[in-house]
Design a protein around this ligand. Structure first.
Ligand SMILES: C[S@@+](CC[C@H](N)C(=O)[O-])C[C@H]1O[C@@H](n2cnc3c(N)ncnc32)[C@H](O)[C@@H]1O
Length: 293
């Protein structure tokens, strides 16, 4: 399954031999026992243990396993099906990259639902803890420790890229996306976890919507929203949720203490899905340049 990958050191194709990925210059990357590959060389790491920590991954996994966010996975599946139906040549096969997949909840959910065939699909995260957990969720998907900033894959490798509550690197996403492919970005909307934020902060900052206007080679084609309510009924579950969010590190001490004292909270989930594709303007400019030359 680990195919079409490039050596993170010299960009040469990697081939699988026994339990290692090897390039023609002899760079070798051993697969872990659970089958994932670590293609994050030390020189591409900004810290010793980048991305989500072991504890953060455990909290996210425990919270997501409660199915409190199942509606997000269902909505994602629906958007992918819509996008596939919109494609000029209808297909049921999809080469999908989940860039910043965390512990793999969403990608495994899409795979299990089988509404389309995920072929050569990859879950990638910079956190080795996240990928260790993800690689135990599904054996038929490929899991990689790597960074969105240096995707170890060739151009046009994927029909769709997901970046869910993550850190998109547009130039890399544009490079590995096929011409007709699409990107789905999920972000928190204005009211996401508003009740939790009201406990954490003395004042709620105004919402700043993401801006997709000036991304080279990509354009926003549509957005969809999802809003639902859910209950958290134990302090542990609430602390797991908090640990998944940036608020864990941003909120003031008093706010964190107030959440620690809670055993129940009714919450709003408010998620925005933005769908991007390669921009037609660039294609037109490309065609004009061809005509002029
Ligand atoms: C908020 S979590 C979201 C995880 C998952 N998408 C989800 O919704 O459950 C963000 C994830 O991005 C990962 N991450 C951070 N920087 C990254 C990078 N440069 N490349 C790939 N993953 C990155 C973190 O390790 C973490 O797992």
């Amino acid at each position: 399954m680990l195919n079409d990958l490039l050596c993170p050191l010299d960009g040469d194709p990697l081939s699988l031999k026994d339990a290692s990925l090897i390039c023609q210059n002899g760079h070798s990357f051993d697969l872990a026992k659970t089958g994932y590959a670590n293609l994050l060389p030390v020189q591409n790491k900004k810290s010793k243990d980048p991305g989500d920590s072991k504890a953060m991954v455990a909290s996210r996994q425990s919270f997501l396993n409660s199915q409190a966010y199942q509606a997000i996975a269902v909505k994602l599946d629906e958007i992918i099906k819509q996008q596939l139906n919109l494609a000029p040549e209808s297909t049921n096969e999809l080469r999908l990259l989940d860039a910043g997949c965390g512990e793999g909840y969403y990608l495994s959910h899409l795979e299990m639902n089988k509404n389309y065939d995920l072929i050569s699909s990859v879950g990638l995260d910079i956190s080795k803890w996240a990928i260790t957990a993800a690689s135990k969720r599904s054996k038929s998907l490929s899991w990689l420790v790597a960074s969105n900033a240096h995707l170890p894959m060739p151009e046009n490798r994927f029909d769709a890229i997901l970046c869910l509550f993550g850190f998109p690197v547009w130039s890399e996403f544009e490079r590995v996306l096929s011409e007709q492919g699409f990107i789905i970005i999920a972000n928190s909307g204005a009211d996401h976890l508003i009740e939790l934020r009201q406990v954490l902060y003395p004042e709620i900052r105004p919402y700043k919507a993401p801006n997709y206007a000036d991304i080279k080679g990509l354009e926003l084609v549509s957005t969809q929203s999802l809003r639902f309510n859910f209950e958290v009924n134990t302090n542990q579950e609430l602390m797991n949720l908090l640990a998944m969010t940036p608020h864990m590190h941003k909120a003031p001490y008093a706010g964190l203490k107030a959440v620690e004292a809670l055993t129940q909270l009714s919450l709003t989930a408010d998620v925005t899905f933005s769908i991007l594709q390669k921009s037609e303007m660039d294609e037109v400019l490309g065609e004009q340049n061809l005509c002029l030359s």
